[in-house]
Ligand binder design. Structure first.
Ligand code: HEC
Ligand code: HEC
Length: 327
């Protein structure tokens, strides 16, 4: 079943593809596209904004600088995000896909609506360091934007809301659901025996948090990276509850082979480092997730390799090559 909620666009293969659709087996999205239907003009405007450094104070940094399509819109090879004036942020840029299904954003869930999400990086002093009144002023002065807003929303008056809606149309349409794993689930391809064994191990040992088909259950949990949370208390920054110290939103693992380094602070370079963490690196603490209370997910070397082989089947080449999202 493919539910068509919006206009279609030419896809890479030359066929038409809806901008937004619900892939087989996916739940209903959280973002309500009924209130902001995707149109070709709205999508095009959102895409232009996403790739335009005009949103930063000195026109050097675009959203697309830290969210690059060839790595599923994560930041390639950067532990911590890298913004204006070469300043380092304190967290790893997450990949962007299937975000229409996310009830909240950021590693700590500090933003709870897709239509306000872009305000955070725009005003962040180490990301784009710009103010919205200034952004609006620059857009109004440009040659192309007033006409694009007119095409998208029927008025050339440039408002924050129209801008956020256009960006939500673009980012909300980033859907990743055509990996080898998805094709296997649809009965179209086979997995190798290593991948299949990895999938079974995954379902036994990882699935309780990294839940299919989104590969996250969207909850906040402490997976045992640290015993103390002075550097980044995660969810507790938002909730102010001590029991939320060290909890971060369970990341989706789609495209994970591309999105290194790993974890909220990018501490692990390789998937094998992640396997070693779950096998022998879990740090006990008062907020460690009860599912990990034995301080280890026992894995042999062969099992680690099979899990990594399975994680590789989550790479979605259709998505990372989809010309609709290219700059
Ligand atoms: C300097 C690098 C940088 C720039 C520029 C940047 N981002 Fe991000 N983005 C990040 C980081 C780092 C996070 C995670 C922040 C956190 O958890 O506190 C993030 C998180 C997000 C998320 C939430 C994803 C999730 O899984 O919750 C979205 C959506 C997003 N950014 C979109 C944008 C948009 C739109 C822009 C441009 C207006 C933008 N980003 C500019 C680095 C950047
Ligand atoms: C108790 C819940 C839980 C279980 C069980 C769990 N994870 Fe995680 N996983 C998390 C959380 C939470 C994070 C993010 C932690 C952070 O960055 O602070 C994470 C992060 C990851 C990452 C890094 C993703 C990224 O984009 O940075 C990978 C890879 C991963 N887990 C794989 C696995 C595998 C494989 C298993 C099974 C062996 C597993 N996880 C079991 C909760 C869990």
């Amino acid at each position: 079943m493919v539910v068509l909620l919006s206009a279609c666009s030419k896809s890479e293969e030359g066929g038409t593809k809806p901008f937004f659709y619900i892939p087989d087996g996916f739940p209903d999205p959280v973002y309500q596209f009924q209130n902001n239907p995707v149109t070709p003009a709205g999508f095009a405007l959102g895409k232009k904004l996403f790739y335009d450094p005009i949103l930063s104070r000195d026109s050097t940094i675009a959203c697309g600088s830290c969210h690059q399509q060839f790595v599923a819109f994560a930041h390639s090879d950067h532990k911590l995000s890298h913004g204006i004036d070469n300043l380092l942020g304190n967290r790893n840029s997450p990949a962007l896909y299937n975000i229409a299904w996310f009830p909240n954003f950021m590693w700590d869930g500090g933003v709870n609506h897709l239509e306000v999400q872009p305000l955070a990086p725009i005003s962040n002093p180490v990301e784009m360091d710009e103010t919205m009144p200034n952004v609006l002023l620059k857009l109004k002065r440009s040659n192309s934007y007033p006409g694009m807003f007119e095409d998208a929303f029927g008025s050339d008056t440039i408002t924050t809301q129209a801008m956020m809606r256009a960006m939500a149309q673009f980012m909300g349409s980033m859907i990743s659901a055509d990996s080898k794993y998805d094709r296997y689930e649809a009965g179209k391809v086979n997995l190798t025996s290593a991948e299949l064994n990895g999938l079974q191990l995954f379902r036994a040992k990882c699935e309780s948090c990294h839940k299919e088909p989104l590969l996250t259950d969207m909850s906040f949990r402490n997976n045992g990276l640290d015993s103390y949370f002075t550097k980044d208390p995660g969810r507790a920054l938002i909730s102010t509850l001590p029991q939320d110290s060290g909890l971060f939103r369970v990341p989706s693992l789609r495209n994970v082979a591309l999105t290194f380094p790993y974890m909220h602070d990018g501490r692990f370079e390789k998937l094998m480092d992640v396997m070693n963490h779950y096998n022998s690196g879990i740090q006990p603490s008062s907020t460690l997730d009860p599912l990990l209370s034995s301080n280890s997910i026992p894995l042999t070397l062969a099992e680690k390799n099979d899990l990594i082989a399975f994680l590789g089947t989550l790479t979605d080449y259709t998505f990372i090559r989809d010309s609709r999202f290219k700059e």
